[in-house]
Design a protein around this ligand. Sequence first.
Ligand code: C2E
Ligand code: MG
Ligand code: MG
Ligand code: MG
Length: 287
Amino acid sequence: RAKSAGGNRFERADPEADARVITRHGLTTALPAALDRGEFFIEYQPLVHLGDGSVRGAEALVRWLHPQHGVLGPDRFIPLAEHTGLIVPLGRWVLEQSVRQAREWRERHGGDTAAPLRINVNLSPCQLRHPGLVQDTVEILEHEGVAPDALCLEVTESALIGAEDEVLEPLHRLAEMGVDIALDDFGTGYSNLANLRRLPVSALKLDRSFTQSMQRFPADPVDLKIVEGIVALAHSLDLAVTVEGVETGAQAEQLRILGCDTAQGWYYARPGPPERLHELALADATG
Ligand code: C2E
Ligand code: MG
Ligand code: MG
Ligand code: MG
């Protein structure tokens, strides 16, 4: 429309861009009240053992039910929350809800499932640098009576690689307590693989881009080699390998053959309400 108006240089050519800017600003200012009003909710996506197909736990993924814009995914608001610092109380809320949920699953399942269900929670770089992280985590686990080994904190590779000792120290303390730490989106950063040794991690989550490459048949031989190499390195360092974004049975099979331990993706289940995970785990235990 800017063009038909005679190329007025001062007219904005992309009205949608304006809308996005307003929304971004609007979302940022609406965030704190949204937390108070309880507009956030969590969906859980199962983590499935590639060897026997059993549900081992779930990743907690936060969403915002915005009164005007509907359900917003974390990519829309987590960066804003990090920018304003709201990620600290929001992240604490996610951790609380997720640990409580893990306790409920465990109580409801009793000894039904092969292994007790575990919960994975994402941590942003900002939360890592917050001095209350260890104490908050300990308090939440104790308050819910959940053992530390039921919890896995996911930190992205880019947040950890090259991190100073001060940033790693709280993670070391959590790991010593028995909390698992996983390196999320692994393979997308510029990791010095030797660096893995000084990180208190017990698992790698292979980025979805590798999984996507397994979709092509035959898969790119170079990608196959890379995944094979990562799995061998991870296992030699005693790290488990989880794969993200598995959308087809062919991908799952390929990744299982390559030695990956656990998988997550739409092929198994989309992220959903906690009852859904309960049903999946139970069906799995009885069927
Ligand atoms: P992530 O931790 O790598 O989570 C995996 C993302 O992949 C999720 O996107 C999930 O819905 C999506 N996904 C799962 N399976 C498939 C699949 O088969 N195909 C495809 N195409 N996608 C799949 P989501 O829920 O939009 O979350 C995006 C990112 O937001 C997460 O990436 C995580 O980094 C961040 N995030 C989510 N919840 C939290 C939170 O509570 N705190 C923090 N700090 N970050 C969060
Ligand atoms: Mg994650
Ligand atoms: Mg991930
Ligand atoms: Mg990812």
